[in-house]
Design a binder for this molecule. Structure first.
Ligand code: SF4
Length: 332
């Protein structure tokens, strides 16, 4: 959320196409070339392919059940709006859906994206709730960034603060809105970056939290987060959003994005995919095979969550990350 790929990324799926190339499914002109197939599709059949994958992921991991109340976290970028669009398209008759719009307070960026998110919610007749970091925590991300820059201590990347506070908002409001599931727009690239980053940090607990359903174990205070786009690459979501006409903010990137650690992992994974098409799916399948083995083995199965002693949000320790970070910010 918030860390969007460059819009031209979708264009890479058109490279190498010749004028007379035909769609794999019909005699129409091919508009998309998926290098890992390699397979060519016309616009209609590419849209069908993405929708089929979305539904398959939902079914395979039982992400959504009939009559569940679904809260979809929306930033205004193409991933979260696509997650909202697809959830609404396939589940509006069987489930209640609410969009949770989160404003981190990033001047000139998030405000523009959220305007489009509101416009889409109205057009799709989806009720929404807008929550601001400023109201929840007393700080905007722009203020937090200024504080971080002035500090003599190295506080790491602003994204670590942003992500932590955002997860708290998502869980807090998913509970208040009585959600059975919280849907996020994490795509395949987001997941792979997290998997590799956590492996390189030797952080097994976080490594095991990746995948279609967040959380090692279900916990009363924790609304399960599900990721129905987790098996679709980012550039394919971008093209899908363009083809079906989802209006999303793709202009200016988050000003703090260049400091995100995951950028390095994004570059590595994209370069591997370019040299060896299919690497992203292989890495994902490898993770999905190894995760249950690790969870079953002695020791890892004991990873549990507690209530934070200050705010009652779920945490693996006594005080949650958000409360620790807020205490630090107040001291600065
Ligand atoms: Fe994304 Fe980082 Fe910007 Fe937050 S600060 S929106 S995590 S790039």
């Amino acid at each position: 959320m918030g860390c969007e790929a460059k819009p031209e990324a979708a264009g890479t799926l058109k490279q190498g196409l010749k004028k007379h190339d035909k769609c794999l499914k019909c005699s129409g002109q091919a508009k998309v070339l998926l290098p890992y197939g390699p397979q060519k599709f016309c616009e209609k059949h590419f849209v069908e392919l993405i929708e089929k994958r979305f539904r398959k992921t939902v079914r395979r991991y039982s992400l959504i059940k009939r009559n569940e109340k679904l809260v979809v976290a929306v930033s205004g970028g193409k991933d979260s709006l696509t997650a909202l669009y697809l959830t609404n398209k396939f589940f509006r008759n069987s489930n209640k859906i609410v969009a949770l719009l989160i404003d981190e307070g990033i001047k000139g960026y998030r405000d523009k994206a959220l305007k489009l998110a509101v416009k889409n919610c109205r057009a799709w007749e989806i009720p929404y709730k807008l929550v601001k970091f400023k109201d929840e925590f007393g700080f905007t991300m722009s203020t937090i960034y200024k504080k971080m820059k002035k500090s003599v201590i190295n506080l790491g990347s602003p994204c670590a603060f942003c992500g932590t506070l955002r997860r708290t908002v998502m869980n807090r409001y998913a509970k208040r809105l009585h959600a059975d599931k919280l849907i996020t727009g994490h795509n395949l690239d987001d997941e792979l970056q997290s998997i590799l980053m956590n492996a390189c940090d030797n952080d097994l607990a976080r490594f095991l939290r990746c995948g279609p359903i967040s959380g090692v174990k279900s916990f009363e205070q924790f609304v399960q987060r599900v990721k129905p786009l987790c098996e679709i690459p980012e550039n394919e979501i971008m093209l899908y959003a363009d083809f079906v006409g989802i209006e999303h903010y793709s202009g200016y990137c988050c000003p703090f994005r260049s400091e995100a650690k995951r950028n390095a992992y994004r570059r590595i994974i994209n370069s591997l995919e370019e040299q060896y098409p299919g690497t992203k799916f292989s890495l994902w399948n490898f993770y999905m095979q190894i995760k249950p083995i690790l969870l079953k083995s002695k020791g890892f199965a004991e990873l549990t969550l507690n209530e934070c002693s200050r705010c009652s949000e779920p945490t693996a320790s006594k005080l949650c990350d958000t409360c620790r970070k807020l205490a630090l910010l107040r001291k600065l």
